[in-house]
Design a protein around this ligand. Structure first.
Ligand code: 7RM
Length: 668
């Protein structure tokens, strides 16, 4: 790769203003072209090839996706590629297939049978490798365990697991028998498990006694017990994997041990024939209201999206050792740790614990020990590595790496350059991939053998993706003009529904540009003169904390559920490592005293309600929240205060924002 233009980023005279008051301050001139050696071997090896394929793919998406779908294993071929009755899409109508069969069985008849499917490292240091044949066997056995526990096609199963192979086994076992899994991130609280169990109507939970994180044991089973305590859910069966050997309660008649159940089952389990549009999984994600949305993905379209993007974006080769560091509790873990790599017959690394345990070089040690060739991680992790210091990666041989990727939030050019130089040794292309829980698969991304990259941009749309930036009227804006990021045509791995809430599905994604039938991403962005997409971030009330989506309304409702709190407003504040931090403005009920102790209590309260990632970094007590005359909280003002741009002039414990509010209020 060569830096064509070594000039450093320079701030523009005036930052271009973007719709919904989003401003972009970045001007980046460095361009990195794919090295000839890399391009030669790549699936797509020039910009001309990319452009002509992309044009064809969006001119006739049905032909394009129909062609690629032939690479999957079908029990019965589809009759029609797409039925689009906006905003409802059906892909591969009449087709029958099974996702687990595509990820496992089809690799068993050739050289991949004894290839490593998953190479796992536990945080304490143990390691396990599961070949495709072994993983297939474990999935079949566990699928039979699910059946023993009364799980049938269409039933919902919550998976609340540490990062161990059994998490992937449980997901694939659900897929094998047609049960709909909903993975709950292991860092979420009992309250979150309860909400998701109730919303999805799950009858079974798969969990572990505990998992390791930074040397401590996360009490997963204990959290499940707390979630089920009030008896509000429909959960009748809890299957517990013994991982950490911590003491757990076993509820007679409800809880069973995974290893004991295996004694009763055979290793033969035929995969259920699924319709293309049968649900595969629900994954909850934050939106702009208090309740997380259950994003529904279906069988064929999702699998195709995950399969195709893994192949082309990571430019997979047969001998790659591929590592996506995301937790299976997030969409990235679903698509790029489990379904995408396995559908491709690739070798996927899985690591249980923290990047700085026992020391800050754990990731680099894993890369050297296993000869990792592709690394896919998050900007927030990269910023933490920068802070910990260059000596940690320098200790290890990272020359096995050939490709790097990022996901989850915009990457700042400094972090991009560090990643490129210190981890990639200046030789590995970086794919900055933009996508969402809702899109199921990568949407905007460089192709590593074709696309010249620039630090900070996800570059251009993937094949078949018609992304655009539009103004509020839905008209495409000009170069470097900011606007809203939309997708103008349906794509196979798009969400099909918000579980149990048709109105919310329409409202959240399809109401903004109803007339045009565009999917609204919730992100603001601009395109530069080369057509590259620069994603600025969310324009709704959603925060991106360390690459994780959190709704401000969710955190507000957690705060208000505390007995001392009258009202709360949550906004994002800049954070060097996490990208965004959580700032909470709180008014107390009459008679309550604002103290540091209460602040700490509220932080804990939020962690209990949602999970430690949602803990406010700042809590400010106020007499009243600044509001417009129509009663809207002045979030822009609060953001300024939280980021220290506006001096409040009051350092007493109780802050008075009313004067500032009056000064700034222009709204009627
Ligand atoms: C995969 C994932 C989605 C939101 C999305 C964006 C932000 C994700 C990038 C990015 C800039 C990127 N799913 N986002 N990737 N912003 N560049 N490469 O993260 O549903 O959890 O979040 O994340 O705001 O809307 S997610």
């Amino acid at each position: 790769m060569s830096a064509k233009n070594k000039k450093k980023s320079t701030p523009p005279a005036a930052a271009p203003a973007i719709a919904a008051n989003i401003e972009s301050h970045m001007v980046e001139n460095r361009v990195f072209k794919p090295a000839k050696e890399f391009a030669k071997k790549a699936h797509v090896s020039s910009m001309d090839e990319y452009r002509s394929l992309w044009k064809k793919s969006v001119r006739n998406p049905e032909k394009f996706w129909g062609g690629l779908a032939r690479e999957l294993d079908w029990r019965k071929k589809w009759k029609q590629v797409l039925e689009w009755k906006a905003p409802f899409a059906k892909w591969f109508i009449g087709g029958k297939l099974n996702v687990a069969e595509n990820c496992l069985d089809r690799h068993l008849h050739g050289p991949k049978k004894n290839k490593a499917a998953i190479i796992w490292e536990g945080e304490p240091g143990e390691s396990r490798t599961l070949t495709y044949a072994q993983l297939h066997r474990e999935v079949c056995r566990f699928a039979n365990v699910l059946k023993r526990n009364k799980v049938k096609k269409g039933d919902r199963v919550l998976i609340y697991m540490p990062m161990i192979p059994e998490a992937a086994i449980a997901m694939l076992a659900c897929a094998r028998i047609g049960a709909i899994h909903s993975v709950v991130f292991g860092g979420f609280s009992a309250e979150s498990i309860k909400d998701r169990a109730n919303d999805s109507g799950a009858t079974c939970i798969v969990t572990a006694d505990g998992g390791y994180r930074r040397g401590a044991i996360v009490p997963l089973k204990h959290n499940v017990d707390a979630a089920l305590k009030d008896g509000s859910t429909k959960v009748k069966h809890v299957i517990v994997f013994r991982r950490a050997h911590n003491e757990v309660h076993i509820e007679e008649g409800r809880d069973v041990w995974w290893h004991r159940e295996l004694e009763y089952v055979s290793a033969v389990c035929p995969a259920v024939e699924m319709d293309s549009e049968d649900p595969l999984f629900i994954l909850y994600t934050s939106g702009s209201t208090g309740k997380p949305k259950g994003i529904l993905h279906t069988t064929a379209g999702y699998l195709l999206g995950a399969y195709v993007t893994t192949k082309y974006v990571f430019d997979l080769r047969p001998d790659d050792i591929y590592w996506c560091t995301a937790d299976v509790g997030w969409i990235t873990g679903h698509s790029y740790l489990v379904y995408g790599p396995l559908a491709n017959g690739a070798t996927s690394i899985m690591y249980e614990g923290a990047p700085n345990w026992p020391e800050s070089d754990r990731f680099w040690k894993i890369i050297a020990d296993h000869g990792v060739t592709i690394l896919y991680t998050a900007p927030t992790a990269i910023r933490a590595f920068i802070k910990w210091g260059d000596q940690w990666p320098a200790r290890h041989d990272l020359t096995s790496l050939r490709l790097l990727g990022t996901v989850g939030e915009p990457i700042n050019p400094e972090a991009w350059m560090w990643y490129h130089q210190k981890i990639g040794g200046g030789r590995c292309p970086i794919v900055d991939t933009w996508w969402q829980t809702e899109t199921g698969a990568i949407m905007i991304t460089p192709l590593p053998g074709a696309t010249p990259t620039k630090p900070g941009t996800a570059t251009l749309p993937f094949f078949g993706i018609d992304a655009a930036i539009v103004d509020d009227a839905g008209n495409e804006v000009g170069p470097n003009e900011g606007g809203k990021l939309v997708v103008r045509k349906p794509w196979p791995s798009m969400l099909r529904a918000v579980w149990g809430d048709k109105a919310r599905y329409k409202e959240a994604y399809w109401s903004e540009f109803k007339k045009q039938g565009f999917y609204f991403t919730g992100d603001g962005a601009r395109r530069d003169k080369d057509g590259y997409f620069w994603i600025v971030g969310r324009i709704d009330d959603v925060l991106n904390v360390a690459g994780h989506r959190l709704g401000t309304a969710e955190i507000e409702s957690a705060l208000v559920s505390h007995e001392s709190v009258a009202e709360a407003a949550v906004v994002g504040c800049p954070d060097e490592i996490k990208g965004q931090g959580v700032a909470a403005f709180v008014t107390l009920k009459t008679g309550q005293t604002p103290t540091d102790k209460l602040k700490e209590e509220l932080r804990k309260h939020v962690a209990n309600a949602i999970g430690p990632i949602a803990k406010p970094d700042q809590i400010r007590f106020a007499d009243a929240l600044p509001k417009t005359r129509s009663g809207k909280i002045m979030r822009r003002l609060l953001k300024q205060i939280a980021s220290g741009q506006t001096v409040t002039g009051d350092t007493t414990t109780l802050e008075d924002f009313s004067i500032l509010a009056r000064l700034q209020s222009t709204e009627e």
